[in-house]
Ligand binder design. Structure first.
Ligand SMILES: Cc1cc2nc3c(=O)[nH]c(=O)nc-3n(C[C@H](O)[C@H](O)[C@H](O)COP(=O)(O)O)c2cc1C
Length: 192
């Protein structure tokens, strides 16, 4: 089988984002494990706010199609998201809404999620590490028929978690991320 390809999607486009830094730390660990990693920014896939009338009048925007094809070109996905009001931030929720509407023949609507291994992670400055968004995001992705792996990372005190190279400082954080990385790799190997 060809090299495993993992796509990493940070759910924040903020300068200095803790989640972009966690995505960078994860990318490093995937590369160490011999995986081909692509790390994107959702800023490169600007989408209007999902609205059914917009879809009816204008169709699914090309950026949603591009994002869907980007995901489809990889064996698995790691989504690294902030927590907003205990749930999924609008940037991530909106992207998932549009992706679930992409209908490229012959696959059918929302097919990019179907049985595709996803891992989820969150970073927050508080002590809970965004664990509530992970529950909400798991539900959302599962409803889209994605295969969300059990292992997940809720990185607490994210403002103090990284060194200058965007690597995690605490062994416990590194171990949690490594467990997620290994489980996503194993899941992809079993399903590809
Ligand atoms: C509208 C809003 C709601 C938020 N709600 C939560 C929350 O429920 N839990 C939490 O841990 N942080 C919450 N935060 C703080 C974000 O987690 C924090 O801004 C984080 O740094 C955003 O992620 P980023 O650094 O990757 O951009 C909230 C921030 C905003 C703007």
């Amino acid at each position: 089988m060809s090299a495993l390809k993992i796509l990493i999607i940070p759910g924040s486009t903020r300068a200095g984002s803790h989640n972009v830094r966690l995505a960078a730390a994860a990318a490093y660990q995937f590369v160490q494990a011999g995986v081909d990693v692509t790390r994107i920014s959702l800023a490169d896939f600007p989408l209007p706010l999902y609205e059914a009338d917009v879809e009816t009048s204008s169709g699914v925007p090309p950026q949603a199609l591009n994002l869907k094809r980007m995901i489809a070109a990889h064996h698995g996905v790691l989504l690294v998201t902030p927590e907003y009001n205990a749930s999924v931030p609008p940037l991530v929720s909106n992207a998932i809404a549009w992706l679930s509407r992409v209908d490229e023949p012959p696959e059918g609507r929302g097919a990019v999620f179907r049985n595709r291994p996803f891992a989820i992670a969150a970073a927050s400055e508080n002590r809970f590490g965004g664990v509530r968004v992970l529950a909400a995001l798991r539900l959302m992705l599962t409803a889209c028929n994605a295969m969300v792996i059990p292992s997940q990372v809720a990185l607490a005190f994210a403002d103090k978690a990284y060194n200058d190279m965007d690597r995690l400082k605490l062994p416990a954080d590194m171990a949690a991320l490594d467990a997620l990385v290994q489980q996503l790799i194993e899941t992809v190997q079993q399903t590809t």
